[in-house]
Write a protein that binds this ligand. Structure first.
Ligand code: ADP
Ligand code: MG
Ligand code: MG
Length: 251
């Protein structure tokens, strides 16, 4: 589904990704863990095509397409979803308005007819219910005054509505209390745990992985994947720390 080969990327002329390779197959959930500043968010932004993240080498194949040749909106329409570490606030635009525009823009890029207001609201209600988020929240301006947990749940509602094939979720667990963590974890499972979908879950901590069980766990350090393993690798990292595991891998 997604094959990243020897990816190099710079931010502000500073090399951050230094030969990152990774293959994710349909139906799989991969976790990426690693120390602060390792390049985890840079990987997400580079896949999304964020301006300022310059690819200087390597390739990314997404469902048989050259992902890096696509514009950001084309990547989204092709089925790529990015969940951000820090969701943005958009005063003056309601969440339902934003979500409907986003969905219909993607459908247009794919040559599909837009959803009517009624069809859209039905879909939004269903997904908000899944994330136990009150529909009234979605009538408010995007993320303005939302708590950390509400932002993340609203983002998962967005993911449910856009129904991507592949999601990169960057520290979706940050700022969540135990109940919100479980709700968000179950949301990820019900939206993305499908034979034809896959997820790259970026996280510092093992705790989200108690709810969203990864098939593969990778350690990202110094802009590369330095070690990969099963779910037990996350437990090892929690026990021994990134430094020890990264050093052992380098040796
Ligand atoms: P992580 O998500 O793993 O904590 P990031 O991908 O956010 O790491 O950052 C990787 C490195 O890139 C860090 O050293 C960070 O300071 C640097 N970096 C990120 N964004 C910028 C930027 N806009 N300008 C300069 N350096 C940046
Ligand atoms: Mg960080
Ligand atoms: Mg980060």
């Amino acid at each position: 589904m997604l094959t990243i080969s020897n990816l190099h990327a710079t931010v502000a002329d500073k090399p951050i990704l230094k030969g990152l390779s990774l293959e994710v197959k349909p139906g799989e959930i991969h976790a990426i863990m690693g120390p602060n500043g390792a390049g985890k968010s840079t990987l997400g932004y580079t896949l999304g095509g964020r301006p300022g993240y310059e690819v200087t080498g390597g390739s990314v194949d997404f469902l048989g397409q050259d992902l890096l040749a696509l514009e950001p909106h084309e990547r989204a329409a092709a089925g790529l979803f990015l969940g951000f570490q820090y969701p943005v606030e958009i005063p003056g635009v309601s969440f339902v308005q934003f979500l409907r525009e986003a969905l219909n823009a993607q459908r247009k890029t794919r040559g599909e007819a837009p959803l009517s207001g009624g069809e859209f609201l039905k879909l939004a209600r269903e997904k908000a219910g899944l994330l136990k988020l009150d529909m009234d929240m979605l009538k408010r301006p995007v993320n303005v005054g939302f708590s950390g947990g509400e932002k993340k749940r609203a983002e998962m509602v967005q993911m449910g509505i856009l129904d991507p094939k592949f999601a990169v979720l960057d520290e979706t667990d940050s700022g969540l209390d135990i109940d919100a963590l479980r709700i968000v974890g179950e949301g990820i499972n019900s939206i993305m745990r499908r034979p034809d979908k896959a997820v790259l879950l970026i996280t510092h901590y093992q705790r989200l992985l108690d709810y969203v069980k990864p098939d593969v766990v990778h350690v990202l350090a110094g802009g590369r994947i330095v070690k990969s393993g099963g779910p037990e690798l996350a437990l090892e990292l929690e026990r021994e720390g990134y430094e020890a595991v990264a050093q052992e891998a380098a040796a």
